[in-house]
Write a protein that binds this ligand. Structure first.
Ligand code: PHE
Length: 452
């Protein structure tokens, strides 16, 4: 029976949607340069380790609670609590998660808007529309607002269509497209002169750099961001999973795809940077480090594309198309978290809820754009450095301590009858009770200490 609140119709649909949420700008953009500047192959190993040791268990906590409750994060955390006080704290954490998800979307939409604008600039260039590309690629109030608004509008349309006809259908289309574009682009870039050097930098391990505490802390923060944890997104996707499915395996797939695509993106971005160097583009900062983040995407890579004529324009279009898709499959999951809550708790129709919340988020984006220098960085820091890990901590506490162990096992066993004797049940309950919360607290202690 298909539940009236919507349900993923296939395993592939769920993995596409959840991996779509996880795979975003962070993977294609953040990971490769972080790896290159921080010890190459050694960083890669630490990233893999963190993804499976810290992020995967928290992802599982969200998926299991979500599927058990078959409802949004706010109601789910309330329902699994044994008393009123814990119920209220849980519900408050759920609401905080919806707010953090909305705030993440408000800055994410601005960056995603730039990706769309840059892609269109190269299309306009092909048609020799002379002044348009300059406008599309220059940092400006109108351009930023128009494209962030456009991106949020597309997100609203998909979320309005519901779980099957919106989220599942579009994730099933977009994720394979993303993978194909990524593979095709990296294969092509690897044939360019200079690319080999980038590959070496990416893969040769330099253990001394990868083992610094600073770096491990950063990697932990990005692990939460990368798997979309703490904000109730994965919980709500878990709530749309059929009881027959084996959750630990599904979660494993999502983590693998997320990490796999980040690693694959390294085969595109690093070789591309060194190919750019070969063509005379500056790829190091004054301090000698590799250029990363926005300068990389919006300056270095376009400079590379510009040295390659017509082929460069096609590459650029494919590249920014890829980034826009990665952003879109993530943004639909961000909007779904607050929308599901409002639909289920306040009986507002899905379309109106998506429209209403999407509009509020668009206004928040405008506000950030108007106060860009003061707000952009702070909102990112507030949500990803503090919000997500802290809320992730709450999920560990609710799954590990508040909810009854037998109920947890029963939930897992629904789609995995032999769960009690499996590897997952041997490790996970301890892990989510002690190891994950301690790691998160450790990071916070370290962060606070540094700020004093
Ligand atoms: N995981 C997404 C990325 O890597 C970001 C995200 C965070 C998505 C929180 C949903 C919720 O870009």
């Amino acid at each position: 029976m298909v539940s009236p609140r919507g349900e993923f119709t296939s395993r592939f649909g769920f993995v596409a949607a959840a991996a779509g949420s996880a795979v975003g700008l962070g993977n294609v953009w953040g990971f490769p340069t972080q790896a290159a500047s921080n010890g190459g192959g050694a960083f890669l190993l630490i990233y893999l380790l963190l993804a499976f040791v810290l992020a995967y268990p928290v992802l599982m906590a969200e998926l299991i609670i979500g599927r058990h409750a078959h409802t949004n994060a706010v109601t789910a955390l309330r329902n699994i609590s044994p008393n009123r006080l814990l119920g209220n704290i849980g519900a408050a954490s759920g609401i905080a998660g919806c707010i953090v998800a909305s705030l993440i979307l408000s800055f994410y939409a601005i960056v995603a808007g730039w990706m769309i604008a840059f892609g269109l600039a190269y299309v306009a260039d092909l048609f020799r529309l002379s002044s348009l590309p300059a406008w599309l690629t220059a940092f400006g109030l109108v351009r930023n607002t128009v494209f962030a608004g456009l991106f949020i509008a597309i997100t609203i349309i998909i979320v309005s269509a519901g779980v099957q006809r919106g989220i599942e259908r579009w994730s099933e289309r977009l994720m394979p497209t993303l993978l194909l574009t990524l593979v095709a682009l990296s294969m092509y870039v690897l044939t360019l002169d200079g690319a080999e050097q980038g590959l070496k930098i990416y893969l040769l391990p330099d253990v001394t750099r990868a083992l610094s505490t600073e770096l491990i802390i950063d990697a932990l923060g990005s692990a939460f961001f990368s798997l979309s944890l703490g904000v109730g997104t994965m919980l709500i996707y878990g709530s749309y999973v059929n009881d027959k499915e084996n959750l630990p395996a599904l979660g494993g797939w999502v983590t693998l795809v997320d990490v796999g695509i980040a690693v694959l993106a390294g085969f595109l971005v690093l070789p591309a940077m060194y190919a750019a160097l070969h063509n005379g583009v500056e790829i190091f900062t004054e301090g000698g480090a590799l250029i990363s983040e926005d300068t990389l995407i919006f300056t270095v890579l376009p400079q590379l594309f510009d040295t390659m004529g017509f082929t460069g324009s096609l590459l650029a279009i494919a590249f920014f198309f890829l980034m826009s898709i990665a952003a879109l499959t993530s943004s639909i999951s961000m909007l779904e978290a607050p929308v599901a809550y409002v639909v289920e708790e306040h009986s507002i129709e899905r379309r109106s809820a998506a429209m209403l919340i999407g509009t509020v988020i668009a206004l928040a984006s405008c506000f950030i754009i108007l106060n860009f220098d003061t707000l952009f960085g702070s909102v990112i820091k507030l949500t990803t450095r503090y919000g997500q890990p802290l809320l992730g901590f709450m999920f560990c506490i609710y799954a590990g301590w508040v909810w009854h162990r037998d109920a947890l096992l029963q939930e897992i066993a629904k789609g995995y009858p032999d769960a009690r004797n499996g590897l997952f049940w041997t490790f996970w309950p301890w892990h989510i009770r002690f190891i994950c919360p301690l790691i998160i607290l450790g990071i916070f202690a370290h962060m606070l200490q540094q700020q004093v």
